[in-house]
Design a protein around this ligand. Structure first.
Ligand SMILES: *C/C=C(C)/C=C/C=C(C)/C=C/C1=C(C)CCCC1(C)C
Length: 233
């Protein structure tokens, strides 16, 4: 058993790379708070918290991987249970920065994503039939997609008077739809397709986190900067 990265361990290297990218992103989001208007600061704080929480979990996940070559499932799900609700809060926060948004927008997204994650965990750990857990977890995810694409949240966004928020909302919706699809794909390949080894599955999850945590924050940052610059000029 070794605690250090060995040459040829590309999965271990991907854990390392994402860890450092998350650390850098955290510093970036926290520092850039200075640059944006007051109404955007909470959104940038939350973006930085997402990457901070994930960075710490990645240090632990990386150690599990290099020491045992097995999937750090517990750390992964604890990280998701904390960061996914914060990502959902971002939908509420960016719209609240420029308009009136009922709190249930956040609670509905929280309920949908929490069900999605708990069912996924129950399947991965054998508490529940893995295929059934997959199907129910998919249904919860589809509910979230429906809610932000066609449901109440999308209607609130359509009525906002701020094009920067509307654009960020749409890109975030795309990430939740296309970017998030990578996770069930990894799960499917790992548990149902009968093909993928834990290494492949972890690389897939690691890549997904890069997009869905760092790029998601960058989308919000860029809307915040554009909106701030516009109101200052
Ligand atoms: C930062 C972490 C993020 C954005 C994690 C997102 C995780 C998912 C979208 C997971 C979804 C799953 C399904 C839709 C079905 C199979 C089980 C899961 C939990 C992998």
């Amino acid at each position: 058993m070794s605690n250090s990265l060995v040459s040829g361990d590309y999965v271990g290297m991907s854990f390392w790379l994402i860890s450092m990218a998350l650390v850098a992103a955290t510093a970036f989001f926290f520092l850039e708070r200075d640059r944006v208007a007051g109404k955007w600061k909470t959104s940038l704080t939350v973006s930085g918290l997402v990457t901070l929480i994930a960075a710490v979990h990645y240090f632990y996940m990386r150690d599990v991987w290099v020491a045992t070559g097995t999937s750090p499932t517990e750390f992964r799900y604890i990280d998701w249970l904390l960061t996914v609700p914060l990502l959902m809060a971002e939908f509420y926060l960016i719209m609240s920065a420029v308009g009136k948004v009922p709190g249930r927008v956040f609670w509905n997204l929280l309920a949908g994503t929490t069900a999605m994650l708990l069912l996924g965990y129950a399947g991965e750990t054998g508490m529940m039939n893995v295929g059934l857990a997959f199907g129910l977890s998919m249904a919860a995810w589809l509910y979230v997609i429906w809610y932000i694409m066609m449901g109440e949240a999308s209607k609130i966004n359509a009525n906002l008077a701020n094009p920067h928020v509307q654009k960020a909302y749409k890109t975030m919706t795309l990430l939740v739809t296309v970017g998030w699809a990578i996770y069930p794909l990894g799960y499917f390949l790992g548990y149902l397709g009968g093909g993928a080894d834990p290494g492949t599955m972890n690389v897939i999850y690691n890549l997904a986190d890069f997009w869905n945590k760092i790029a998601f924050g960058v989308v919000i940052w860029s809307a915040a900067v554009a909106d701030t610059d516009e109101s200052n000029s």
